[in-house]
Design a protein around this ligand. Structure first.
Ligand SMILES: Nc1ncnc2c1ncn2[C@@H]1O[C@H](COP(=O)(O)OP(=O)(O)O)[C@@H](O)[C@H]1O
Ligand SMILES: [Mg+2]
Length: 271
């Protein structure tokens, strides 16, 4: 059964536990005190304005950045304390879809998707098995047959999906999506939301999406937390966040979403 609300939280041990994390750069206190959990099989959206520290949080979760204070636990083990092989194993099990897709322009789609496989499965899979994984991952994201193309000939939405294919080719248990709809139009935003939900369901993937895109968070997530000015100011189901009475959440929800207008809603509908 999917995680659908806070009532189930106590029943299941968290996969990730972020506890009282702080991070500053010079005088800028980006994360002041952030705590949240990620539970098995849920789709969690971490929603907040640009610059509030969302990418930093994801990088902390896979051990690329250390918090100034507080802890990040993965299955009860502090990420900071992990050895290099443990961190490598963490990054195999927890895949990251980077903000700009992070595709290599000079490599074909095939080689881009192959990239993670070579890193994590160099000797564990034969070339033919790797080819199979690449084909399978591209098919799942709706990009079958694009193997020989260069990223420059893909649309924005296709590039995002190729980035997702690269991550899921490694069969992660959990996927962290960094702004998966940045720069996309409403139709492609909805498509990415469906893709995230489809992958979660069919491949049993726990998902964390950090985003400033409320449409994505409300359409695709089971649970949403809102970060503003370095603190978690709201947490709950998409419905409860949309109807939140706390002014810090309300202000954000009502004041932000310049890209999705009533006109868009009339044109594209709300799926
Ligand atoms: N390595 C760094 N050095 C200095 N400032 C940084 C560094 N990384 C991030 N920041 C600052 O921290 C803030 C939050 O960054 P980020 O996590 O990228 O925000 P978000 O992903 O929510 O847009 C930004 O203001 C950014 O300029
Ligand atoms: Mg970011």
């Amino acid at each position: 059964m999917r995680y659908t609300g806070s009532s189930m939280a106590a029943d299941r041990p968290a996969i990730f536990s972020i506890r009282n994390v702080k991070k500053s750069f010079g005088d800028s206190h980006v994360l002041k005190d952030v705590s949240f959990e990620v539970y098995p099989q849920e789709i969690l959206a971490v929603l907040g304005p640009s610059g509030c520290g969302k990418s930093i949080l994801l990088k902390m979760m896979i051990g690329l950045i250390e918090p100034d204070a507080g802890e990040v636990y993965f299955e009860g083990k502090r990420v900071t304390d992990m050895s290099l092989p443990e961190k490598t194993e963490l990054r195999r099990r927890v895949g990251m879809v980077f903000q700009y897709g992070a595709l290599f322009d000079s490599m074909s789609v095939r080689d881009n998707v192959m990239y993670g496989l070579r890193e994590h499965y160099a000797k564990k899979l034969s070339e033919a098995e790797k080819e199979d994984r690449v084909r399978g991952a591209l098919a799942v994201v709706g990009l079958a047959g694009t193997e020989d193309l260069l990223p420059s000939s893909l649309s924005g939405g296709m590039k995002k999906r190729a980035g997702v294919a690269r991550t899921i080719a490694c069969r992660p248990e959990l996927v962290l999506y960094d702004e998966p709809t940045m720069g996309l139009d409403p139709i492609n935003t909805t498509r990415i939301g469906h893709l995230v939900r489809g992958l979660a369901r069919e491949m049993d993937i726990t998902s964390v999406m950090v985003t400033h895109d409320m449409k994505l968070a409300f359409e695709a997530a089971d649970r949403v937390i809102v970060i503003n000015e370095g603190l978690v100011v709201g947490s709950g189901t998409p419905e409860s966040i949309q109807n939140h009475t706390d002014p810090r959440v309300k202000g954000f929800v009502e004041g932000l979403d310049p890209e999705w207008t009533e006109e868009d809603e009339r044109l594209y509908g709300v799926p």
